[in-house]
Design a binder for this molecule. Sequence first.
Ligand code: C2E
Ligand code: MG
Ligand code: MG
Ligand code: MG
Length: 274
Amino acid sequence: EAKTRGRGRLAFFDVDLRERTQRRLRLEQDLREAPRNDQLWVAYQPIVDLRTGRTTMVEGLLRWSHPRYGLIPPGEFIGLAEESDLINIVGAHMLRLATRGIVDLRAAHNPELLLTVNLSARQLDDPHLVASVRDAMRTTALPPGALCLEITESALMRDPTAAARTLAALRDLGVRLAIDDFGTGYSSLAQLLTLPLDILKIDQSFTAGLGKSDDAEAIVTSVIAMAHAVDLTVVAEGVEHVLQLDILRRLGCDQAQGYHLGRPSAVPELDRRF
Ligand code: C2E
Ligand code: MG
Ligand code: MG
Ligand code: MG
C-alpha cells in the first residue's frame, strides 16, 4: 500500500513539474513578443523625502499583463529573462516606457521629479546598454540628471571591475546611480565605495526589523552613518508602518519608499504629503 501511495505521489510530482516546465517555456516565448504586443507597462512607486514629506522620485517597476496567466510578478519573469539575451530586449523596452512615463508625470505634477529604474546584472554586461540609455533620454528629451539606475549589490559584485567600467560610462551620460537591496549581499561598504554611486537603498528586510529588534536599528544607524560619510543619499525600502517611518526620521535617513507611503501604480499618488 505504501508503494502505491509513493508511486502516486511521484506521478503527481511529474505532472506538477511538467506543468511548470511548460509554463516556463511558454512564458519565455511570450515575453519575447510582449513588447510588440503591448503587454508590458510600468508601475511607479513614490519615494518620499523624510524632511519635507514630498515625493522627490518614483521607482519604475515593470509589469507584465499576460493574456492567459494575468499579471505576472517581476520576481518570476525578470529571472526568466535574465537567463538569456531577453533581459536586454525587455530592459531596453522598459527604459523607453519609463522615460516616456516620467516626462508625463513631471508635466502633470512636479517638473523636478526623478525616475529610478532597475538594471539587472546581465544588462551591465550588455555592450548596447549605454547607447540604449542615451537613446531613451534623447527621444524623450529627459535631462540626464532626472534618471537614476539601480543595481543590486550582488549584481555589482559579480564582476566588480567590469561593473565599475559600465557605471563610469553611465555616469558620463549624467545619470545617477543607486545600489539596491543593500545589506543582502556579502560586499563590504569599503568595496562599494570605490564605485561612483549616488544613492544607497537599504533593503526592506532591515526596515521590517525596525521597532522590533534593536539589532535592526543598530545596523540601519551604522549604514546611514557610513553612507553619509561618503555623501550617499540613503533611501529605506519597504516602509509599511508609521512607526518605521518615525524611527527612520529619527535616525537621519533621507528618503523612504513603501506601502505606507504609496503603492506602485500606473497612476501613482504623488501629491500626498506625509
Ligand atoms: P526592487 O527593485 O527592490 O523593488 C522593490 C520591490 O518591493 C517592488 O516589488 C515593490 O513593489 C516592493 N515593495 C515596495 N514597497 C513595499 C513594502 O512596503 N512592502 C513590501 N513587502 N514590498 C514593497 P516588485 O515590483 O514585485 O519588484 C520586485 C523586484 O523585481 C524589484 O525589486 C526588482 O529587483 C525587480 N524588477 C522590477 N522591475 C524591474 C525592471 O524593470 N528591471 C529589472 N532588471 N528588475 C526589475
Ligand atoms: Mg529597485
Ligand atoms: Mg530594492
Ligand atoms: Mg528587492
